[in-house]
Design a binder for this molecule. Structure first.
Ligand code: TXA
Ligand code: MG
Length: 319
């Protein structure tokens, strides 16, 4: 049996399969099987009221899940699918409550990854897939990271190498008059506005008590305490650290950083797309080092850096 057949077989039997997408690895279950979906929450240790995204193979399948599909949804689907965009739409009555966290909407997306698409096509129905990590941890961007997060607890991990995009999909709620970006991603608000010829709004002010985990302030956090600072302040911060505060790790992208004892310096790319691709992998590898502190250089306040900025704010949040 090939890997795709094996994965389909597991999904049909109510099991869990981790698979690669272009954004991050997902933890998949049959979206029509309540017991299977329930297992995802158990394995991820995720609160039950946080909804899951249903992944499908083709845009026509929207009709199997959404009760109302406004024109903007078709326009966005045509422009960006398969790709890192999730559309939130009013749900059909038969969509399981455990999928939507009891909400009246459902999130849907077609991922752009050969393995994910082959799996979804062969499965023939929706697959719910949150990122394949424990609740609040960093999303995995390699099969090895999935194994580290969930290893023994799931039935199969499909290996599709490192994810192309490296950050979770942009989530747009199109169930309202004006589309709302619930989670920024590498498909930016600007790109969406250009396609729709219409302004979109953004959800602001993340906090602890939100039901969308993408907006939970403690989401996407490395285990190492993390701070984000402009380069000059970051240099000063490092110089002021006492010997007991070492070792620390520093992530910079805009310029060279002085070599100092007890300070590990990592360079990420200057281009947003490449930076996003490497970020989680870099944070995860630093979590393996015994660093006391992780200091990250602030990123440009520009449209293509917005999703990265969002994740870095969350990575450095300590409530
Ligand atoms: O890139 C991605 O979106 C990845 C890959 C695997 O597709 N998935 C992912 O899933 O990031 P997860 O569960 O880690 O994050 C999904 C986000 C959550 O913040 C969830 O609350 C939100 O999507 N979401 C899902 N359905 C929703 C709905 N009906 N209304 C509002 N937000 C929703
Ligand atoms: Mg997640």
């Amino acid at each position: 049996m090939d890997e795709i057949d094996k994965a389909v077989h597991i999904l049909r039997a109510g099991g869990l399969v981790a698979f690669p997408t272009e954004t991050v690895y997902g933890l998949g279950a049959d979206a029509r099987n309540a017991a299977a979906v329930q297992k995802i929450f158990t394995v991820k240790e995720r609160p039950l009221n946080h909804p899951l995204i249903v992944h499908v193979a083709a845009a026509e399948m929207l009709e199997e899940w959404a009760s109302v599909i406004p024109d903007v949804a078709w326009v966005l689907a045509k422009a960006f699918w398969p790709g890192p965009l999730t559309l939130v739409l009013p749900k059909r009555a038969d969509v399981l409550d455990v999928v939507t966290g009891g909400q009246q909407t459902v999130g849907l997306r077609i991922p752009r990854h050969t393995i994910a698409l082959a799996l979804l096509r062969k499965f023939g129905s929706g697959v719910v897939a949150p990122s394949a990590n424990k609740f609040t941890h960093l999303s995995p961007t390699t099969a090895a990271a999935v194994a580290e997060e969930l290893g023994e607890e799931i039935d199969l991990i499909m290996d599709g190498e490192a994810c192309d995009v490296g950050l979770e999909s942009t989530i747009v709620d199109v169930s309202t008059e004006v589309p709302v970006i619930l989670r920024p991603g590498m498909i930016t608000a600007k790109m969406i506005e250009e396609v729709l010829h219409q302004k979109v709004t953004r959800v602001q002010q993340p906090g602890r008590n939100v039901r969308v985990p993408g907006q939970h302030i403690l989401h996407y956090a490395p285990r190492t305490p993390t701070e984000m600072l402009p380069l000059d302040l970051l240099k000063q911060r490092v110089q002021c650290l006492s010997a007991e505060a070492l070792p620390v790790a520093v992530i910079v992208h805009s310029a060279n950083f002085p070599e100092l004892p007890g300070v590990k310096v990592l360079y990420l790319p200057r281009v947003a797309l490449a930076y996003a691709h490497d970020l989680y992998h870099c944070l995860r590898s630093l979590d393996h080092g015994a660093y006391r502190l992780l200091l990250i250089e602030t990123v440009p306040q520009e449209a293509d850096w917005e999703a990265i900025q969002d994740r870095l704010v969350k990575a450095s949040a300590r409530l």
